[in-house]
Design a protein around this ligand. Structure first.
Ligand SMILES: NC(=O)c1ccc[n+]([C@@H]2O[C@H](COP(=O)([O-])OP(=O)(O)OC[C@H]3O[C@@H](n4cnc5c(N)ncnc54)[C@H](OP(=O)(O)O)[C@@H]3O)[C@@H](O)[C@H]2O)c1
Length: 305
């Protein structure tokens, strides 16, 4: 039986991957979590290299998907040691442990490895991250390549999908401010200022989960895809655009003001559009239109004000 371990099964992306892989009748799944146990997950702190090695030696998976990370740019900026421990050293520990068992390792990375000045970016374009998060993820990519010949990096842009908290995704985290800006008969609300400078390609986690499942199928057929691949939604949007789509889906009469210059404390790239051709050529991928996907997310986690 083909056995897959998902590291970080409790996260925004990890949950979607688990949801997709549990539908595979002939696959066995092992999930690890850290502070938020789910179902039959194994608790594993990936900063503990010995515990990682024991987990891999015990479970002996055919493939490991690393969806655990520190993905908040502001946290990475202020705590580079944590960013390094999770995004670099843990990737090295997992990949080194799996190499002994010839397991294929898929590590999730980000479009923030690019500086955002020359989109679109092919998988083999030269990275040049402009913040601590991007630098740590790039070092994680290098750690994977140094530790195993059976490694694959999947770079992704801004993610959204089914949530358990509005703050889980930079897409849904806009909802409280959008709702607070709504005009009502009884109160005068203030407009919400939304970034209209940085261009993002919001990508739906269940679509990424399909990409991950398809990559695993290639490995299960002994045709492992190695090196770097990228997947992205194809609808360019600023946060201002995203907020307008959200307001429409929520049927909220929001007051939104576009902010045309960046104001973030942590530097963020302008446009890191990822070219997905390498995966498309393999027949891999699925794209759900943003409006369809966001309505699904809001239906599963309704805004109650
Ligand atoms: N979210 C985005 O917009 C985005 C965009 C591009 C790329 N990515 C990449 O996609 C991947 C998944 O991101 P995400 O948004 O799903 O992240 P997330 O929701 O923040 O989830 C992070 C996961 O890491 C786990 N984790 C944290 N500290 C850990 C530790 N010490 N030991 C073991 N596990 C630990 C968490 O476990 P607990 O919850 O159990 O503590 C959780 O499962 C990351 O590699 C990220 O860089 C994300």
């Amino acid at each position: 039986m083909f056995k897959v371990a998902v590291i970080g099964a409790s996260g925004l992306l990890g949950r979607a991957i688990v949801g997709e892989l549990t539908r595979q009748p002939d696959w066995q799944l092992v999930q690890t979590t850290f502070s938020r146990p789910v179902g039959q997950s194994v608790t594993l702190d990936i900063r503990d290299a010995d515990a990682v090695a024991r987990f891999v030696d015990r479970e002996r998976p055919d493939a490991i998907v690393i969806a655990a990370a520190e993905r908040r740019p502001d946290v990475c900026e202020h705590d580079p040691a944590l960013a390094r421990a999770l995004n670099v050293d843990a990737v090295r520990a997992i990949a080194s442990a799996t190499q002994r068992h010839d397991a294929w390792v898929l590590s999730i990375s980000t479009d923030y490895v690019f500086d955002g000045t020359q989109p679109p970016y092919r998988y083999d374009a030269t990275p040049s991250p402009i913040n601590a998060y991007g630098r740590s993820k790039l070092e994680g990519e290098q750690a994977l390549a140094e530790s195993t010949d059976l490694g694959c990096v999947l770079r992704l842009p801004l993610l959204f999908g089914p949530i358990v908290d509005w703050r889980e995704s930079a897409v849904t985290s806009l909802v409280p401010a959008i709702a607070a800006s709504a005009r009502t008969a009884s109160s005068e609300a203030k407009a919400a200022v939304m970034d209209a400078w940085a261009i993002r390609y919001p990508t739906y986690t269940p679509d990424v989960a399909v990409v991950v499942r398809q990559l695993l199928e290639w490995h299960a057929r002994d045709e492992a895809v190695c090196g770097t691949v990228q997947w992205s939604g194809d609808e360019p949007m600023t946060k201002y655009d995203i907020a307008r789509h959200l307001a429409s889906a929520l049927q909220i009469d929001a007051q939104l003001t576009p902010q045309h210059t960046p104001t973030d404390a942590t530097p963020r790239p302008h446009n890191c559009h990822l070219d997905s051709t390498r995966l498309e050529t393999l027949g891999i991928g699925r794209r759900t239109p943003f409006d369809t996907a966001i309505r699904d997310v809001l239906a599963q986690f309704p805004w109650r004000g």
